[in-house]
Design a protein around this ligand. Structure first.
Ligand code: FES
Length: 130
């Protein structure tokens, strides 16, 4: 199974934010999860009306991409940029679109139900347990 692909999980979907919090090609909403045993940040955005979520980890160097919190889109609103060295990713798929990326972003499964955005844990992407 490809990395980040949805899989059955024993954990329930986790609410991230209200749908209205995500404007088209606007600021992201970040959330924490445990990915492959490590606590990581992820982010959800809206692009072409759909919500998409990715691990906040550049494929060039495994570091977070937003120097300005929750700002991932370039000025055109067409690409997600890594602030470190300018890797560009497609907002709809997370695929590399240019720059030094070495593959795409890791996708997190999300849904939108009755005005609320949820992310869906898998066996590799787990919700934080307290
Ligand atoms: S760390 Fe993202 S482009 Fe280099």
């Amino acid at each position: 199974m490809p990395e980040g692909a949805p899989a059955v999980s024993d954990q329930a979907p986790v609410a991230v934010c209200k749908s209205a919090d995500l404007l088209e090609a606007g600021r992201a909403v970040s959330f924490d999860l445990v990915y492959g045993g490590q606590t990581c940040r992820a982010f959800v955005i809206r692009f072409e009306g759909q919500v998409q979520a990715y691990l906040n980890r550049c494929s060039h160097v495994a570091m977070e991409m937003d120097w300005q919190l929750d700002r991932f889109f370039d000025d055109s609103g067409r690409w997600l940029l890594c602030a470190s060295h300018g890797a560009a990713y497609r907002p709809d798929t997370g695929a590399c679109a240019g720059g030094p990326c070495k593959g795409g972003l890791i996708r997190i499964s999300v849904s939108e139900v009755q005005g609320v955005v949820f992310w869906h844990p898998t066996y590799i992407a787990r919700s934080l347990e307290f």
